[in-house]
Design a protein around this ligand. Structure first.
Ligand code: CP
Length: 299
């Protein structure tokens, strides 16, 4: 059993199946009683050094739904980091006040560094452009709920494949389920070589999703570019519209980790294949499962 959740690379096929099985149980709790007291008296520290809506609030909702309580911050400006305290000392201190820490940080590798100094489990809620493992677990849960399987799927991943931590984590997990990838990105934002090792994939610059079972759309992230003129070259490269949906199979889905800017037009939202808001909801049972497993109340 894992002690921290840092990278999806640490999860075997069996680990993923265990988490998704627990997430199913948590979904049943949400759909019946709405909450549980299995973590009564436990404290989650929610440390967000970078903005977030879904990850932070679904972690916090997950802890409340399990009967626990939450401390933390959503903006490091209000903490002693402003007085030049190090992130390591912040983690050491917060670990003394809590039973588990969920954190997001702009620096690649920050969650691993935190796990090296923490006396309580660390869950990585996104570190720079590196990894977003809990997003991947909820993405896998969504695919399983919507399509019934994770095996042998055709997955088109579109947009920012260079800086997108959600897609770096996702391809690593889906490799274990023999996915066939279609990477669609501008030259400037192609999937880095290190994430393509061992994958079955083709690469395209045009938005042609082929016969994909899953179209995984991503935002081109202005905040990751050091040169604004590079961002201007690629912004608005791809937009999914009802016309795109008309080329897709009846049994297929469009996912997006969100937030979206303009890469999926609002007219698509009513199409039942567009499951990105279900996906955001599935963050709650998936994160309930992870918190309960790390705290040893679910196996
Ligand atoms: N998907 C995701 O990480 O969204 P937030 O940035 O809102 O947490």
């Amino acid at each position: 059993m894992f002690k921290h959740v840092i990278s999806i690379k640490d999860f075997s096929h069996k680990d993923i199946d265990l988490v998704l099985g627990q997430a199913d149980k948590m979904l049943k709790i949400l759909n019946t009683k709405g909450s549980s007291d299995m973590l009564h008296g436990k404290v989650l520290a929610s440390l967000f050094f970078e903005p977030s809506t879904r990850t932070r609030l679904s972690f916090e909702a997950a802890m409340h739904r399990l009967g626990g309580s939450v401390i933390g911050f959503s903006d490091p400006k209000g903490t002693s980091l402003k007085k030049k305290e190090t992130t390591a000392d912040t983690i050491r201190t917060v670990a003394a006040y809590s039973d588990i820490i969920a954190m997001r940080h702009p620096m690649d590798g920050a969650a691993k560094l935190a796990s090296d100094v923490s006396t309580v489990p660390i869950i990585n809620g996104g570190d720079g452009s590196h990894q977003h493992p809990t997003q991947t677990l909820l993405d896998l849960f969504t695919i399983k709920k919507e399509l019934g399987t994770l095996n042998d799927l055709k997955i088109a991943i579109v947009g920012d494949l260079r800086y997108g931590r959600t897609v770096h984590s996702l391809v690593g997990a889906l490799k274990q389920y023999k996915a066939d990838f279609r990477f669609i990105a501008p030259e400037l934002l192609k999937m880095p070589e290190e994430y393509k090792k061992g994958l079955k994939y083709d690469e395209f610059t045009e938005l042609d999703v082929g016969d994909a079972d899953v179209v995984y759309m991503t935002r081109i992230q202005a905040e990751r570019f050091s040169d604004a003129t590079d961002y201007e070259k690629v912004r608005g490269s791809y937009v999914i519209t009802p016309k795109t949906l008309s080329t897709m199979k009846k049994k297929s889905i469009v996912m997006h980790p969100l937030p979206r800017v303009d890469e999926i037009s609002w007219e698509c939202d009513a199409d039942p294949r567009c499951v990105y808001f279900n996906q955001a909801f599935y963050g709650v049972p998936t994160r309930m499962a992870l918190i309960a497993m790390l705290l040893g109340v679910a196996k």
